[in-house]
Design a protein around this ligand. Sequence first.
Ligand code: PLP
Length: 444
Amino acid sequence: MTREHLIKPVLDHHYPTIQYGKGVFLYDDQGKAYIDASSGAVTAGIGHGVQEIIDAMLEQAGKVSFVYRSQFTSEPAEKLAKKLSDLAPGQDYWAFFVNSGSEATETAMKIAIQHWQEKGRQGKNKVISRRMSYHGITMGALSMSGHVLRRRRFIPLLEDFPVVVPPYCYRCPLNKTFPDCKLACADDMETAIKRIGAEHIAAFIAEPIIGAAGGAIVPPEGYYKRIKEICDRNEILFIADEVMTGIARTGAMFGMQHYGVEPDLIALGKGMSAGYTPMAAALVKDHVMEPILKGSKSIMSGHTYSANPQSAAVSLAVLAYIEEHQLVRAAELKGSYLLGQMRQMADQIEIVGDVRGQGLLLAMEFVSNRTNKLPFPSELGITSRIIEKSFQKGLLVYPASGAVEGVGDAIIVAPPFVITEEEMDQLVRILDESIREVMAQVTR
Ligand code: PLP
């Protein structure tokens, strides 16, 4: 047997080789088709093999693929920065381009800290995040992440940033019920600020809808308005981590647009280039840039591939494709159809505790008992079993578990926005079968 060289996520697991993709389907070298109902890692929003993106890629490659950002700028990078500013909630943003969502959140964190430094407020350098969150795998991003499984190995190296409770109504961490709770989860921020002192806090970071750390957890009405009000009153910048929710995924171009809140900084990634090339960004509002423009006039961060013209051209083509094919609206309409179908299916399956989400960022949470919402013992690995079973049947769904000890066995269903009704029905049929088969195994 020949030895392997590529480090894959699980080293003793067999990963099929994908030969090509078209629309919502991926095809492996054995001829097996997979419905990509997770858009990979909630990334391939416009589907696979889109000719317009390939054309844009070739066109830019024919001009220039790389220029170093400390020497030159490029037309695609300039255009993309302007386009994102026009689309983002409240407009008037600057863009700092990076290559991954982790770099985007970490850059946003650094810019927030630099903002306060340039104002002479050196002590404001902590970032508050939520206990159930994922902001990336690099050390800074992981420091801001409340994802137990991903943090565990590196805890001694991570910043001990403060955390507040998530707006997780299905299992309220404060044992309250909306609306009687009067948004106590948002007020937990106020308590944390009083404890730490606003003079030590640069920013608060949150995913508009919690993704991998919980499974499409939609906040209760009024939550972000309250959060933003608390942030503003305490001079704390609000970073919206839109790496998963951004660029049409939730049926709005930006997730935060559902809540009528304008963040001070936004992290983008994944859907920005829909998987065609690595591309991500930290968007920064004018007022955050102001002291930097007056002060050092430079952001202390950056990567060799930042603002890469090749990726910027791809990202522009992805945004044009989304607009031309009205995919924001498609995500909204198809999302409500799919959510309805998933709920109808789940009604008949006892181990589905909750079906939730917005647009085409949907999830199902599994429980061993619906009434008391008792989770399955983690050794059972219910999420992995369902994902594996679906995979065998040619359906790809995404895990959202392991973020918080003892809760949240969930899968994310987030297909490309170009999925058809027939494909959604096929998706639900396979998922139904897979869950039932796993249920028969674990409740035997
Ligand atoms: N932020 C959120 C909300 C994410 O979902 C992810 C990835 O799943 C990241 C940040 C990190 O992005 P990347 O994996 O591109 O580094």
